[in-house]
Design a protein around this ligand. Structure first.
Ligand code: FEO
Ligand code: CA
Ligand code: CA
Ligand code: CA
Length: 640
């Protein structure tokens, strides 16, 4: 079973006007510099509450760039050390239930429910004791079932379905640094918790209780089991964790007779996962509303181990990469989110209410428990002149009427793709992570690639997506007109990724500094470094246009000069994703996902580590996704 999650479906047939014929697509390609440039020392206010930005002198990028690499190792610059920990299968530390990982993958489904999931993705650090002890909360995007079971996928069983479901979701682990400067998991920990594809999630917002959300097992339509394909993550100013349910469509069997709604959401005759063969919930021919209960941003309160996680439907349904928060001047939350699929959209949600402070016996997370259930959702339109509009997705306004298939706001959010088609949002080149400069009012978004752009019967180039057969991707940015709740903005490209040695103009890019392709993870640190992480797929790496680029990597961008400098390279066929720093910025955690993943079927596990044995390097052993902790040898601030 090849699980090529980067071969995203083209399920957007809408004919929103292409604007390439009224604009030179490259006219908007400018490197930002000076204007709105970040002042060193800016810090997201919710982090500022934890610590002050460490005072550093010298240039923003103080490290020496490393070269590209195609070896099976993780490399960082001179003066830095990096170490893998918390890999897939490591017990998370639930008291009384700490099963050891076994290298032959013979751990049971029940073991997996209290062990790290597979395919680590977005992550955030939540301080318990400043920069010495905290929680790491992270997503496990999907599973490679050829590696997950001792005999791969040669046979299938209910136990395998459950193990696969339990290797999905989110992990909360407690970590601390010891006197030797080494981070370890704290086990047992009262915070240790797994959310899987079977954990109950409450449903909040306008889709809660909607007829399209009701199932035989949940006739009220208010409690869904599980979270799926959790990709990127966001951290709220009230201390919770947001996780995006991305490619949920790949889990459901839709059979031969897909309706228009199922087609628009990329459902397939047969799913990538055979779960439905033992868990009927994933057979959409029998449980047609079950897929509607996925594709949401979910909110988790990691500090309260007894809290119920919630799906926030007011933010709209999408193949959500993740969700990122800005704050308006009057204290409301603005959530930006992209949908990582070809020709899909960028969204913004503005909360109705202000962020509540909490106090007394009420934590800030508890005080804001319904904040993301009420507000206005918008889809982005990027116009050729460098301006843009946020188009309100409000039932009854414009085309979003019952006559057009939107009976109420619940149906607008459940059918957010169809609503965006009707409104004329701009079809983007797979929006992945966003990063927000709260002080400058700027937002950045990786557009990872889109090999279908400009193909016959596919949308052509436009100003915001200026490259046909866009193999390399780039980073787009915008600045709201006025506050973050504004309905118009100005946009430009921070960088078009690529290799200057490429013959094809579309793959050259305009990188000032070190070459890269397929940006995905994007994190702005408190000093103003924009960290860019890449996810070129195994099918494209090391050859053709990617022959000079090597393994996936992490680079640091100085937005005032436009320079992009390589900081880290990963092992073979991994992607680099997620980055979070301790408040003192002396430790950075990142994730290495799917080392050794190939386009080939792994159901013959004779040599599961054929392509990568990272991080254990055990003969005959399996590669494992893992978190990597990065420190400076002198204990200094990361990036200096
Ligand atoms: Fe899960 Fe869009 O990367
Ligand atoms: Ca991603
Ligand atoms: Ca990926
Ligand atoms: Ca990706």
């Amino acid at each position: 079973m090849a699980k090529d999650f980067d071969t995203m479906e083209n399920s957007n047939p809408s004919s929103n006007p292409s604007i390439h014929d009224v604009s030179d697509p490259r006219r908007r390609v400018v490197l930002q510099g000076g204007v709105g440039a970040l002042v060193s020392g800016v810090m997201a206010p919710w982090l500022a509450a934890c610590a002050t930005t460490p005072a550093t002198s010298g240039p923003l990028l103080g490290f020496k760039a490393i070269s590209t690499d195609a070896g099976d190792a993780l490399r960082v610059p001179e003066g830095y050390v990096a170490r893998a920990f918390a890999p897939w299968g490591e017990p998370i530390g639930v008291a009384g239930n700490i099963p050891d990982w076994r290298h032959d993958a013979s751990n049971s489904a029940a073991d997996q429910a209290v062990q790290m999931g597979m395919h680590h993705d977005g992550l955030h650090y939540y301080p318990l004791d400043g920069s010495k002890r905290g929680l790491l909360v992270m997503n496990h995007e999907y599973t490679d079932d050829g590696l997950l079971h001792p005999d791969g996928m040669k046979t299938w069983s209910s136990e395998k379905t459950m193990k696969s479901q339990n290797a999905h979701g989110v992990s909360v682990i407690e970590v601390q640094i010891d006197d030797g400067g080494r981070w370890q998991m704290v086990r047992p920990s009262r915070y240790a918790r797994r959310f899987t594809a079977a954990t109950p999630f409450a449903i909040g917002g306008p889709a809660a209780g909607h007829s399209m959300m009701k199932t035989a097992a949940d006739p009220a339509g208010r409690l869904a089991l599980g979270t799926l394909n959790n990709c990127a993550s966001g951290q709220t100013p009230w201390g919770t964790y947001l996780s995006g349910e991305e490619n949920f469509a790949f889990y459901f069997r839709a059979g031969d007779n897909l309706d228009a709604h199922q087609r628009r959401w990329g459902l397939r005759k047969e799913p990538f996962y055979p779960w439905y063969t033992t868990d009927e919930r994933f057979d959409a021919t029998k449980h047609g509303n079950e897929p509607n209960r996925f594709g949401w941003v979910v909110e988790i309160d990691p500090m309260d181990p007894s809290s119920t996680p919630i799906k926030r439907t007011a933010l709209g349904r999408a193949a959500h990469e993740g969700a990122w928060i800005a704050i308006t001047k009057d204290g409301r939350a603005v959530v930006y989110s992209g949908e990582d699929a070809r020709f899909e959209y960028i969204y913004k949600f503005v909360s109705r209410d202000k962020i509540a402070p909490g106090g007394g016996n009420v934590t800030k997370a508890q005080a804001n428990r319904e904040l993301l259930d009420h507000g206005t959702l918008y889809v982005g339109r990027f116009d050729a002149d460098g301006s843009g509009r946020w188009l309100p997705m409000v039932h009854g306004q414009g085309p979003l009427t019952a006559a057009n298939g939107f009976a109420d706001q619940g149906e607008v959010v459940i059918k957010a793709r169809q609503a965006s088609d009707a409104l004329g949002g701009t079809k983007m080149d797979r929006p992945e992570w966003l990063a927000i400069d709260q002080k400058a009012g700027e937002v950045y978004c990786t557009l990872t690639n889109n090999s279908s752009r400009g193909r016959p019967n596919m949308p052509g180039v436009d100003a915001a997506n200026p490259r046909a057969n866009n193999s390399m991707g780039g980073v787009i940015s915008w600045k709201e007109d006025g506050d973050f709740d504004g309905t118009s903005f100005k946009w430009s490209h921070l960088v078009l990724a690529g290799d200057p040695a490429n013959e094809r103009a579309e793959a050259k890019g305009n990188v000032k500094g070190d070459i890269f392709g397929c940006p995905d993870g994007l994190v702005l640190d408190a000093r103003g470094v924009l960290w860019i992480q890449t996810d070129a797929h195994a099918t494209q790496m090391y050859k053709g246009e990617f022959k000079n680029i090597g393994n996936n990597q992490m680079l640091a961008c100085d937005r005032t000069t436009g320079e992009i400098r390589r900081f880290l390279t990963g092992p073979i066929n991994c992607e680099i994703t997620g980055a979070t720093l301790t408040p003192d910025m002396t430790t950075m955690f990142i994730n290495v996902q799917h080392p050794g993943e190939t386009p080939s079927d792994r159901s013959d596990p004779a040599d599961p580590g054929k392509y990568s044995r990272w991080p254990d390097y055990k003969p005959g052993g399996r590669p494992r996704s893992a978190t990597v902790v990065i420190r400076k040898r002198d204990g200094g601030v990361i990036g200096t």
